[in-house]
Design a binder for this molecule. Structure first.
Ligand code: FE2
Length: 198
């Protein structure tokens, strides 16, 4: 039985250009994401975690020194599934509706949120992720290293941006700040964030 599957992307590999080129997308999805799926399935085979949901596996293996391989690969599959949906062609800009109101009440303004997300993305040393999460009825920005995500911390993820170099290096080289700014301006999917509020 396999737990993990590579999802079908809801857009063409050219659809996020020029922020994320087809070259970046094809390597990121077809090589990096696929490798996490394949390695995760190999590591899960025959264990008592096989057949459980990704969320359950992430929570059950977080911080367990004998389950690091399973945690890293399964969490990275979950994170990438979530990242692809955190973007859409023609996205970006300030949110409206319920999520827009929550951004304003939680951060003061959309600009203040942008500054906080950019700061989190820029100060995540090395590989990792920046997140918009909901916790206790309020929205927060967080960052996580490597494969870690907000699920074991009792937070509800709303959006994520991948700040591993494989997400932006072909298009932006070392200019992570330019990638984050373009992602917010052109790609961020506020409809997905609103849906994740539940
Ligand atoms: Fe990635």
């Amino acid at each position: 039985m396999s737990n993990l599957a590579l999802p079908t992307l809801p857009y063409a590999d050219t659809a996020l250009a020029p922020v994320i080129s087809a070259n970046t997308l094809s390597f990121h999805y077809g090589k990096h994401h696929k490798a996490y799926v394949d390695n995760g399935n190999k590591l899960l085979a025959g264990t008592d975690l096989e057949g459980r949901s990704m969320e359950e596996i992430v929570k059950a293996t977080f911080g367990k020194s004998d389950k690091v391989g399973i945690f890293n690969n399964v969490a990275q599959v979950w994170n990438h599934d979530f990242y692809w949906l955190s973007m859409r062609p023609g996205g970006g800009g300030a949110p409206t509706g319920r999520i827009g109101e929550l951004i304003n009440s939680s951060f003061g303004s959309y600009d203040a949120f942008k500054t906080e997300l950019t700061q989190a993305a820029m100060t995540q040393f090395g590989s990792g992720w920046a997140w918009l999460v909901s916790e206790g009825g309020k929205l927060k920005v967080t960052k996580t290293p490597n494969a870690e995500n907000p699920l074991p911390h009792g937070q509800t993820p709303l959006l994520t941006i991948d700040v591993w170099e494989h997400a932006y290096y072909l298009d932006f080289q070392n200019r992570r700040a330019d990638y984050v700014a373009a992602w917010l301006e052109k790609l961020v999917n506020w409809e997905f964030a609103e849906k994740n509020l539940g």
